[in-house]
Design a protein around this ligand. Structure first.
Ligand SMILES: [Mg+2]
Ligand SMILES: [Zn+2]
Length: 191
């Protein structure tokens, strides 16, 4: 019926500490990129259930001159290829390349990356879910009007849990890792 076509539901994902292992020294090369256990299968399950996965990631190492754009492109090519190979799909990857002191509009917790994703893909942001391992991800979801947020305990998640609690911010879900966050999303849709 006219006007009844629903866009596919979207899951926004942080990258480091959610999909792949994070490092205090940043991920600067393919050699440093390593999927967390179960994340490829989790992304496949999202795709199987009709969700589109969009990565939104702060990469201040670019702005600091520690990460080359070519290296980041190679990492993201590998990431997308491996996900495809395992039956999932990454619709898009949006990157904030700025340092915190540049005060840009796109570094999470600011909502710029989500707004840009909406412009590019016509996303119903209020129906989307954000999965992140840091307070910035959860606050970004709130600032952008993302419908729900799930904090994972991988990466910086445990620290973020305490930090958010101090600020009085409660994520909609807390999950052990990305596979558990996907369980949370699928269960929420059924109930
Ligand atoms: Mg992270
Ligand atoms: Zn930025």
């Amino acid at each position: 019926m006219a006007g009844s076509i629903q866009p596919p539901p979207v899951v926004f994902l942080d990258r480091d500490g959610v999909i792949n292992r994070d490092s205090p020294g940043y991920i600067k090369s393919l050699a440093e990129f390593e999927f967390l256990p179960g994340s490829l299968e989790a992304l496949r399950r999202l795709a199987e259930h009709g969700f589109e996965a969009i990565i939104v990631t702060n990469q201040s190492a670019l702005g600091r001159g520690w990460l080359r754009a070519e290296a980041l492109a190679a990492i993201h090519r590998r990431l997308c290829d491996d996900v495809l190979h395992h039956g999932g799909r990454i619709r898009d990857i949006l990157v904030c390349p700025h340092r915190p002191d540049e005060n840009c509009a796109c570094r999470k917790p600011r909502p710029g990356l989500i707004m840009e994703a909406r412009r590019r893909h016509g996303i119903d942001v209020a129906a989307a879910v954000m999965i992140g391992d840091s307070g910035k991800d959860i606050e970004c979801a709130l600032n952008a009007g993302v419908g729900a947020s799930v904090l994972v305990r991988t990466g910086n998640g445990r620290q973020a849990e305490a930090e958010l609690r101090r600020k009085g911010i409660v994520p909609d879900g807390i999950a052990a890792d990305l596979p558990a966050a996907v369980d949370w999303i699928l269960h929420r849709r059924r109930s």
